[in-house]
Design a protein around this ligand. Structure first.
Ligand code: FAD
Length: 647
């Protein structure tokens, strides 16, 4: 039996992005002794990259805005597959969460009369995104970090220790959620620098680990996005919801190579940037779908007038939801009207004076100037779809953020499913992090308090199994089930590259049945080979080892995406099937759930060739009538199934 350091907490939050930090603050304020654990340095999470802003119906720039309009936009953007109660809570609570940030020290850009300014974004009817230039995520994390430090200072005064009630374990990775029977009992972790194992014992674990983009070759996501939280939940016995919905942001840089995949924020278009093909045509006017025809300008003149007078003109189609714009760019490139490097042109330089661009989009300007010598005030950018966000995620209860089926497990932020349906609107993630991060912290603390006298014990055997699993890459050579004896170990980097290429080419933005079947075969092969992923050296500073461990997660999550995408025979939001191009009303009622084939969370026992994931369907909960009444009947007819309309 290995001797592993153990520490006791009430709540463990895995992830120190916006969702994790907000959850930790809430849990600590509710009296729970709370630990936060993250792979990167404290303050360096993926959320820092968020640029455009945080969506909240404050009505500061257009008083017509309110939670009902925000709810409508979110449901439309998600093509009505959203977990509607989450969309309702999100629209109602987001303004309070933004105000709260200001009381904790954030400083948003202002309107002329001193209110929090709000900008336009795709799919939002009114200017709704509170922002700090194009560095909103940085300000959000900085503020939450500052709040945590201030809570630690209070604890210092009262208890003599900064870390008595709230501690951050930075540069550490969780590889397993531990359980006592059905209930959560803690987390198995290692320090990335030293490789030392340790256990955080707690009745409540909040997963807030973000997304899965590193399974795809072209992505805007950071290195942390290896789907760990999705996999941790699966391995703990929780289902993942609607994993087929992956958002490809329409405007990632495609050239030069030094910035390939890096995001060009939607506010470039919100502030006046336009998309053109190689003929110089603003092609988005040719791609306005029927469901959106009444809401978008039909001519360039009207679209341009909207920037000055949004009350009397319709918005330009460059601001359609992301899935529509990404598909349009894909079609233009396919028809041979793309830019030299396989994208289209995004031009802001001819639309705004250089100093305005530098002021409104400072990070965009500096980032591309410094990394790629592209001056966005003087030339058009070459852009194309890049894997950006996963709408699918851990299936949670809407009000409490509790993961389904595993008492003590909670999830918030990008790792949780349901809120955004089949497609997320820009700006709705930062607000989601705060609304559901807070709710997760609140309920995790309450659950832990209820178990104060009956804390689930941590099982030594599970610790040993988790340690052995983590150490396997150091002894990867030799026979494995299904492998030939004496084969050399596999290189984790090669496996990762093959996985990324597979997901990009075969389960990417446009999907076809035969290709997804091919992807599943390739994933099965990679899974077998990944069992022999081997590394040299020791546990200190060993990035190859970290990747070998992350591969388990990426392979699990990729299989979920591919299986669910093959099953859903329609096109909706972030899931486009070339062989089933229409959105089918009957599919609106269908959720797809992925669960581990072996319910005990063991991977070794599962058949290495025939997959590790069971897929099932469930019928979505009917939308509450008072929420349906917010829409015109003619609009509902486009989305809802016959029987729903009748009801
Ligand atoms: P993250 O901020 O990613 O935090 C995840 C945390 O989990 C990290 O601390 C990580 O270290 C930790 N972690 C992961 N795995 C483990 C593990 N195994 N063990 C321990 N810790 C782990 N959204 C908007 O609403 N508005 C925007 O303007 C916007 N702009 C964006 C711009 C870019 C370039 C990108 C890429 C995204 C943007 N988004 C935006 C999306 C948004 O930033 C993310 O969806 C959001 O930040 C996710 O936050 P999170 O708290 O869920 O996760």
């Amino acid at each position: 039996m290995s001797v592993v350091d153990r520490q006791e907490w009430d709540v463990v939050v895995v992830g120190a992005g916006g969702a994790g930090l907000r959850a930790a603050i809430e849990a600590r304020e509710r009296g729970a002794r709370t630990a936060v654990i993250c792979k990167s340095l404290f303050g360096k999470a993926h959320t820092v990259m968020a640029e455009g802003g945080i969506a909240a119906a404050m009505g500061n720039v257009n008083s017509g805005d309110n939670w009902q309009v925000h709810f409508r936009d979110t449901m439309r953007g998600g093509k009505f597959l959203n977990q509607w109660r989450m969309a309702e809570l999100h629209a109602k609570e987001a303004p309070d969460r933004v105000w709260e940030l200001e009381t904790w020290g954030a400083l948003f850009d202002r309107t002329k009369d001193g209110r929090i300014s709000q900008r336009n974004f795709g799919g939002h009817e009114y200017p709704r995104l509170a922002h700090v230039g194009d560095r909103t995520g940085l300000e959000l994390i900085r503020t939450l970090q500052q709040k945590i430090v201030s809570l630690q200072q209070e604890d210092m005064k009262e208890t003599g220790s900064y870390e008595s009630r709230l501690k951050v374990y930075q540069e550490c990775t969780v590889t397993r959620v531990l359980k006592d029977g059905d209930r959560v009992s803690g987390a198995f972790c290692y320090e990335r620098e030293s490789g030392r194992f340790f256990v955080l014992e707690a009745p409540s674990v909040v997963i807030a680990t973000g997304g899965i983009g590193k399974s795809f070759k072209v992505t805007s996501n950071s290195w942390e996005y290896t789907g760990d939280g999705h996999a941790l939940a699966l391995l703990a016995g929780a289902p993942l919801l609607n994993m087929e919905f992956v958002q490809f942001h329409p405007t990632g840089m495609v050239w030069p190579p030094s910035v390939k995949g890096i995001l060009v924020t939607e506010s470039v278009r919100g502030d006046g940037g336009v998309l053109r093909n190689s003929d110089g045509k603003r092609f988005m006017f040719d791609y306005i779908p029927d469901v959106f025809k009444e809401k978008y300008a039909q001519s360039e003149e009207e679209g341009d007038r909207w920037y000055e007078d949004p009350d009397h003109n319709r918005r330009p189609p460059e601001l359609l939801p992301r899935d529509e714009v990404a598909r349009a760019i894909n079609s233009e490139v396919k028809e041979g009207r793309g830019s030299p490097h396989g994208g289209v042109f995004l031009d802001v330089s001819t639309r705004m004076p250089a100093e305005v661009i530098r002021r409104r989009l400072p990070s965009m300007y500096h980032q591309f100037k410094e990394l790629a010598d592209v001056d966005i005030t003087a030339e058009a950018m070459e852009v194309g779809p890049t894997c950006h966000y996963v709408m699918g995620g851990i299936a949670v209860e809407s009000d409490s953020a509790a993961a389904r089926g595993v008492p003590g497990l909670f999830a918030a932020g990008e790792v949780a499913g349901g809120m955004h349906g089949s497609n997320r609107l820009g700006g709705n993630s930062l607000s989601d992090l705060l609304v559901f991060g807070r709710r997760a912290g609140l309920h995790a603390a309450g659950y832990a308090a209820d178990l104060a006298r009956d804390r689930p014990p941590v099982d030594d055997i599970q610790i040993d199994t988790a340690a052995a699993e983590a150490l396997r890459p150091f002894s990867a050579e030799g026979p494995e089930p299904g492998a030939q004896s004496g084969r050399p170990p596999e290189n984790p980097y090669t496996l990762h590259q093959e996985l990324q290429q597979t997901m990009n080419d075969l389960v990417g933005i446009i999907r076809r049945e035969a290709e997804m079947e091919q992807a599943l075969e390739k994933l099965a092969e990679l899974r077998v080979r990944a069992r022999r992923a081997g590394v040299e050296g020791h546990r200190q500073f060993n990035p190859g080892w970290h990747l070998a461990l992350d591969l388990r997660n990426m392979l699990l999550v990729s299989e979920c995406v591919a299986r669910a995408a093959l099953e859903r025979t329609e096109s909706r939001g972030g899931h486009t099937r070339e062989d089933h191009p229409a959105m089918e009303r009957t599919w609106r009622r269908a959720n797809l759930l992925c669960q581990l084939t072996d319910p005990t969370g063991g991977l070794a026992a599962t058949d290495p060739v025939h997959g590790q994931i069971d897929l099932s369907r469930e019928t979505t909960e009917p939308i509450r009538p008072d929420l349906l009444a917010l829409f015109e009947k003619e609009e509902l007819v486009k989305y809802l199934a016959e029987e729903e309309l009748y009801e």
